[in-house]
Design a protein around this ligand. Structure first.
Ligand SMILES: [Zn+2]
Length: 172
């Protein structure tokens, strides 16, 4: 994973760009969706190996999972804006795997599971991989993760959010 902060701020930015009405519930659901894929670290507890389809960065990081999850959640939480909900939640969920595929460590991301269990990385892998577990996060390693995410996630997100903010301001 990238860190929870990295995933969260990207999800927040996606929501601001796609959903012009700025529904608070949707922002919250998007942030949850961007963090949820890492629930698969529980697989280690059950003895499921990393490279298994249900292992870490496996099914919950796939495009298929993002579609199923977003369809289900948009049906549960919205009656009239399901397409917007689906679009935001799908992008937020998939963005998790995209950031992971740009990290420096671990195994690749199983984007195409269950159809193909290959794991993928992007050519650019400048985001330092985040440690699994809280204790290890508050360390030199954690600081390096935050710094790399600041450069490659936070700064671009702030730029995008500024553009969104300015276009809104001048449209009024
Ligand atoms: Zn992950």
């Amino acid at each position: 994973m990238a860190s929870l902060f990295g995933h969260g701020i990207l999800a927040y930015t996606i929501t601001k760009v796609v959903d012009k009405r700025e529904l608070k519930i949707l922002i919250l659901l998007a942030i949850v969706s961007s963090i949820l894929p890492d629930a698969d670290v529980l697989a280690f507890r059950f003895g499921i190996p990393y490279e298994h389809m249900l292992g870490h960065r496996g099914f919950t990081h796939s495009i298929a999972f993002a579609i199923l999850w977003s369809v289900a959640i948009s049906f549960i939480f919205s009656k009239t804006k399901r397409f917007i909900f689906f679009s935001v939640l799908f992008l937020a969920t998939v963005s998790h795997g995209i950031l992971d595929a740009m990290t420096s460590g671990g195994k690749g991301v199983g984007f195409l599971i269950p159809f193909n269990d290959e794991r993928y990385f992007f050519p650019f892998r400048g985001i330092k991989v985040s440690p699994i577990g809280i204790e290890k996060f508050f360390s030199e390693w954690g600081a390096q993760v935050l710094f790399s995410e600041f450069k490659y996630v936070v700064v671009p997100c702030i730029l995008v959010l500024s553009v969104v903010f300015l276009t809104k301001k001048y449209r009024k």
